[in-house]
Design a protein around this ligand. Structure first.
Ligand code: 13P
Length: 253
C-alpha cells in the first residue's frame, strides 16, 4: 500500500482575470476546502496569485505558478523569479509544461535550469514530461520521457529528487478529450518510477508523486487513479469548473 498522499492539481493556464479567479476559488473553498487525505493545488495566472494566496490562507489549498525563470533577478523583460513567486504566496511551480515546450521554446536544458531554480528557491517543481502523438506512434514514448526526465533531474541530489513532483502528460491527450487509458498511463508511470529509482534510489522512487495529466475528467479520474503508480492528476480544462474539479478531488479508488 502506497503512503503517497494523492495530489489533485488544477492548471488554469491563461484563463481568468483576478476577479474571475477569486470567484472560482470561492466556489472551490466551499466545495473542497475541507476534503481530508489528499493534497489540492491550483495554478492560476500570475496576476491572480497574490489575491488568491490571501484568500486560501489557512485552507487546504496549495498555490502554484505555471512557470518561472531560472535566474534570481536581472534584465529579463517579462520573466518572473522563484523568490517573486514565493513572495506572492506560491509553494509550487509547474515546469516544462508541453505548451511551454511546444509554443514558447522551453527545452530540456531550460527545463533543467528551471527545476534547479525552483528547488533552490524553495518551491516544489512539478516537472512535466510527455510524448507527442507522432512519438507514441513511432514507439519512442519511453525514449522521449526518459530523455526529458534524465536531463531535468541531472545532477540533483536524492533529497532534491525527493522534493520534486513529476507529471506525465502525453501531448496527444492534452485538451483533446482523448485520455490515455489507465493501462497506458500506468505503463509509463511505472517506467518513470523505475528511472527515478535508478537515478536517486528506491526509497526516493517509492515516495515521489507522479501525476497524470491529459483530459482528466470527473468520469475517468477514478479508473485512472486506481492504477498503483498514478498518484494524482494535473487537470486543465476540468479544473476551471468548480463542480468538475471538486468531483475530481473527491475521486474514489
Ligand atoms: P486538459 O485537462 O485540458 O487536457 O489539460 C491538461 C494539462 O495540460 C494540465 O497541465
Amino acid at each position: 500500500m502506497s503512503t503517497r498522499v494523492p495530489l489533485l492539481a488544477g492548471n488554469w493556464k491563461m484563463y481568468g482575470t483576478a476577479p474571475e479567479a477569486a470567484a472560482l476559488v470561492g466556489d472551490l473553498l466551499a466545495l473542497i476546502g475541507d476534503v481530508p487525505d489528499r493534497d489540492i493545488l491550483i495554478a492560476p495566472p500570475f496576476t491572480a496569485l497574490t489575491s488568491i494566496a490571501e484568500r486560501i490562507a489557512g485552507s487546504r489549498l496549495l498555490l502554484a505558478a505555471q512557470n518561472l525563470h531560472w535566474e534570481t533577478q536581472g534584465a529579463f523583460t517579462g520573466e518572473i523569479s522563484a523568490s517573486m513567486l514565493v513572495a506572492a504566496g506560491c509553494t509550487h511551480v509547474i515546469v516544462g509544461h508541453s505548451e511551454r515546450r511546444q509554443l514558447f521554446g522551453d527545452t530540456d536544458a531550460t527545463v533543467a535550469r528551471k527545476t534547479r531554480a525552483a528547488l533552490q528557491g524553495r518551491l516544489t517543481p512539478i516537472v512535466c514530461v510527455g510524448e507527442t502523438l507522432a512519438e507514441r506512434e513511432a514507439g519512442t514514448t519511453m525514449d522521449v520521457v526518459r530523455r526529458q526526465l534524465t536531463i531535468a533531474l541531472a545532477d540533483l541530489s536524492p533529497d532534491s529528487v525527493a522534493a520534486t513532483i513529476i507529471a506525465y502528460e502525453p501531448v496527444w491527450a492534452i485538451g483533446t478529450g482523448r485520455v490515455a487509458t489507465p493501462e497506458q498511463a500506468q505503463e509509463v508511470h511505472s517506467e518513470i518510477r523505475a528511472l527515478i529509482s535508478a537515478l536517486a534510489g528506491p526509497a526516493v522512487a517509492a515516495g515521489v508523486r507522479i501525476l497524470y495529466g491529459g483530459s482528466v475528467k470527473p468520469d475517468n479520474v477514478d479508473a485512472l487513479l486506481r492504477q498503483p503508480d498514478l498518484d494524482g492528476a494535473l487537470v486543465g480544462g476540468a479544473s476551471l469548473k468548480a463542480t468538475d474539479f471538486a468531483r475530481i478531488v473527491r475521486f474514489t479508488s
